[in-house]
Design a binder for this molecule. Structure first.
Ligand code: FNR
Length: 429
């Protein structure tokens, strides 16, 4: 109702009310390489298209005379009641969207009571995001499990220290994928030092960079001090200062860190562990007492196995089609994963992302068994258009549409969102 009232009092929306139009509206606000990075997907982008098309194959069957005036959209996750079943999807390199980057996104989420999930590829160190975007809705931390185990553990410790309420470990990114739009522009943001602020602000990572520089000697810009430790040369510091000015991940900590090229190379060496296996998962489980969510699960057997190993949540996701082209649409994978988890006797939440664009999409995903959904690209686009206010408005629109849909279809709460509310209609509608 508040959204309508704002409309009729003449306040112009900051962002298109329909989430499908956000991408086009954000275009003038983004550089070519930013558009390639956010709007691009893996390969021929068939999966990215399939993610959206999967929603179109579902139709809702409204019920009438349900006898309640409004819906309660709240859900509980890990002991916290969330006013809506929405989270932010972790997204890296938000500096490409807006100068406020992760701080803007986190502030927009906080304004809507939505928990922000901080990315390991953030443009701003997690401590700064939390300090500059205080939120009653809390925050979670998304981990790319580094090839260097001490670094992975250090990132998790920092997340704990700054109050993260869960760790989401992303399992579908052992390698950066084949992404033609980035490749055609010769653009990998990380290779330019963008989106590596969690690393350059990390003591373990800095040690790795120093080791690399010590091994390579002065060529990489390091000078051995009297204690034998390599220090950046003035030229290297100047290069880092200039790089940091160009992106908002710049911090005092970054400026003290060694030469940027060595940092980028070290990052590329350690950012992910392609040989991660099921045998490793118990170690992460033991690394933290926080709830652990595994993100990127599409196969029911993988979901079952993760639950058997004691994870606290599953996130069905194909990374927005950004990793494996022609992989199954995430929504199409959701019902079987939910069935497998419940058949294993587990009540852990099953989260969902990849293709959420409007409130009706949230409704459908919840009917198919998702406990809550994570919103990705629409928030990047909202951030690009209007900073934190744009993010907040995108989330507000999703919440408002979901609220209305639930009321109009006779659903009092998310518990009423069950598969029998849907009719799978095929493409002929
Ligand atoms: C992502 N995603 C992602 N996932 C993750 O676990 N860590 C990350 O750092 C990132 N970075 C990232 C950057 C950008 C620009 C995008 C668009 C996505 C994937 C993200 O969490 C989520 O899975 C997808 O965004 C969902 O797809 P849609 O709904 O955005 O198309």
């Amino acid at each position: 109702a508040a959204v309508y009232r704002a409309g009729v009092t003449g306040r112009r929306p900051l962002v298109p009310t329909d989430g499908h139009r956000l991408e086009a509206a954000a275009r003038p606000h983004l550089s070519r390489r930013a558009r390639a990075y956010v709007d691009g997907s893996a390969g021929a982008e068939a999966t990215a298209r399939a993610n959206l098309a999967a929603f179109d194959r579902h139709r809702v069957v409204p019920r009438v005379l349900a006898g309640h005036g409004g819906a309660d959209t709240s859900v509980e996750l890990f002991g916290r009641r969330h006013p809506s079943p929405l989270l932010t999807a972790p997204m890296g390199v938000l500096s490409l969207a807006h100068r406020d980057a992760d701080v803007g996104l986190a502030r927009g989420a906080a304004a809507q009571g939505v928990t922000h999930v901080i990315s390991t590829q953030a443009s701003v160190p997690m401590e700064q995001i939390v300090a500059r975007a205080p939120s009653d809705a809390g925050h979670w931390y998304q981990l790319y499990w580094s090839r260097d185990e001490d670094l992975a553990e250090s990132l998790v410790r920092r997340a704990e220290a700054c109050g993260s309420e869960a760790v989401v470990v992303t399992l579908d990114t052992g390698h950066l994928a084949w992404r033609p739009r980035d490749l055609d522009l010769g653009h990998l943001p990380f290779a330019r030092g963008e989106g590596i602020a969690q690393y350059t602000s990390d003591p373990v990572f800095r040690r790795l960079v120093q080791q690399r520089m010590a091994a390579a000697g002065r060529d990489t810009g390091g000078d051995a001090g009297s204690d034998g430790r390599t220090r950046p040369t003035p030229a290297a510091v100047a290069a880092l200062v200039s790089m940091s000015r160009r992106h908002p991940g710049a911090t005092a900590a970054n400026l003290r860190s060694p030469e940027p090229r060595a940092a980028v190379q070290t990052f590329l060496d350690v950012f992910s562990r392609p040989d991660l296996s099921w045998a490793d998962l118990p170690r992460l489980r033991r690394m933290t007492s926080l709830p652990v969510v595994v993100k990127g699960v599409l196969h029911p057997d993988d979901a079952r196995r993760a639950v058997d190993l004691g994870v606290d949540g599953i996130q069905v996701s194909n990374h927005g089609g950004r990793q494996v082209d022609r992989s199954v649409a995430a929504l199409d994978a959701l019902p079987a994963v939910v069935a497998a988890v419940r058949a294993a006797g587990s009540q852990v939440p099953v989260l969902f992302d990849s293709g959420i664009r409007c409130g009706a999409d949230v409704f459908v995903a919840l009917c198919l068994g998702a406990t809550a959904v994570a919103v990705g690209r629409p928030l990047f686009h909202g951030l690009a258009i209007a900073g934190a206010d744009g993010v907040s408005e995108v989330l507000r629109n999703l919440r408002a549409e979901l609220d209305l849909m639930m009321s109009l279809t006779g659903c009092a709460s998310p518990a009423d969102l069950t598969p029998d509310r849907l009719s799978r209609s095929g493409d002929d509608h």
